[in-house]
Design a protein around this ligand. Structure first.
Ligand code: URA
Length: 213
């Protein structure tokens, strides 16, 4: 794993990079795009959770007793930003089936590009849990910033951000607003265009995943 900008982990594993290239292809089907996003969700989640605290517990194999590692602390919370963040969810839950899920409904106002909240439902004890906030595209950063504000307002303290692609503008905005946040991404792309799309990017992740264009 590469760290290019401080606080940003670029997951450069060949499987992730190969699948990302397949997703960028404008001819990729909706079905293929969705499957790949789930697969990459699982692989990114593996890296995001790499330093989870471990505790030793006694267990009995068919041969003998031993002390063996398990994940310590409360269950994780996966927090997809609706709707595109949901594309990561199944893959992540395959990897961590006991995780809780917080749904954060935000859409981008097409004129102002500001994040507008329309839904929020999360476990009540966010303060005690590690939260992985997810959105495939970190573009302007407005949605991620707004989602982090809402999670913090409900008590969350340990929040990590996971995306597929990040624009340098979005990374800067998110880190300016929430300097402690750590970001995991498969790629840091070149820049945002005048419509707030990541270049070269992959287009509108929500539309491509749900076939709505
Ligand atoms: N959201 C998307 O879906 N794509 C972009 O390029 C930027 C924001």
């Amino acid at each position: 794993m590469k760290t290019t900008v401080s606080g940003v982990h670029v997951v450069d594993h060949p499987l992730v990079q190969h699948k990302l290239t397949l997703m960028r292809d404008a001819k990729r089907s909706t079905q293929g795009f969705r499957r790949l996003l789930n697969e990459i969700g699982m692989l990114l989640c593996y890296e995001v959770t790499r330093d989870l605290p471990i505790e030793m517990v006694e267990t009995e194999t068919p041969i003998t007793k031993m002390m063996a590692p398990t994940i310590a602390g409360k269950k994780l919370v996966f927090a997809p930003i609706l709707r595109a963040g949901v594309g990561f969810l199944d893959g992540m839950l395959n990897l961590v089936p006991s995780a809780r899920v917080a749904h954060i409904g935000l859409y981008r106002d097409p004129e102002t590009l500001e994040a507008v909240e329309y839904y929020f439902k999360a476990p009540s004890d966010l303060a005690d849990r590690m939260v992985v906030l997810m959105d495939p595209m970190l573009a302007t950063g407005n949605s991620a910033i707004a989602a982090m504000e809402r999670l913090k307002a409900r008590g969350a303290k340990d929040i990590r951000f996971m995306c597929l692609l990040a624009a340098p503008e979005g990374i800067k905005a998110l880190q300016d607003a929430h300097p402690e946040v750590k970001i995991w991404t498969a790629s840091v792309d070149s820049h945002l265009n005048d419509h707030g799309y990541i270049v070269p990017g992959l287009g509108d992740a929500g539309d491509r995943m749900f076939g709505t264009k």
